[in-house]
Write a protein that binds this ligand. Sequence first.
Ligand code: G3P
Length: 218
Amino acid sequence: MKFFIDTANLNQIKEANDLGVLDGVTTNPSLMAKEGIKGDSNIKQHYIDICNIVKGDVSAEVIATDFEGMVKEGEELAALHEQIVVKVPCTKEGIKAIKFFSENGIRTNCTLVFTAGQALLAAKAGATYVSPFVGRLDDVSTDGVALIKQIVDIYNYYGYQTEVLAASIRHTMHIIQCLEAGADVATCPLEAILGLLKHPLTDIGLEKFLSDYKKVNG
Ligand code: G3P
């Protein structure tokens, strides 16, 4: 399973990357805005900065909502760096753009996916990744992890190559549940990644090992 961090914050990306277990980064326009990154050239430079920190795929989302606009923006984003994956919303125009990109050697991440039907269209169009939003489904009393499992089963049954990228991960248990459901990738906030390390028995055990060592070695 691959581990991506879901942020545009360079310090958090560095911190996760320093752990040595990071496989990539996902961003979206909200995450870029949160970091105060604005203006076309600043946004593009920020994507390049992210690519220079992490060895792995970096999703950069288009803003255009029409096919021609998505294609123009996606081609510009893909040209920035070989690690860039063009993130495209799961709309009618978006699916057409994903098909165009897949036929032209540009990798894509189909985002804002909330149903198996949307995931089917993304795979048929040749998306590299599909991003079902686990947390946002949970927010509206719908089982987000169940959708991950459903998509994984469908893709496995029909042999689709599109990787299932569990997005909108909110906490550590989501990561474990998506892993159990067979997701290829989980994109997570730094806190959720670090949460995987936490266990009181680890802290208590380490404290005891160190105090026993000191008793004998001074
Ligand atoms: O990048 C998409 C996604 O991970 C958003 O997460 O927490 O805003 O639902 P969230």
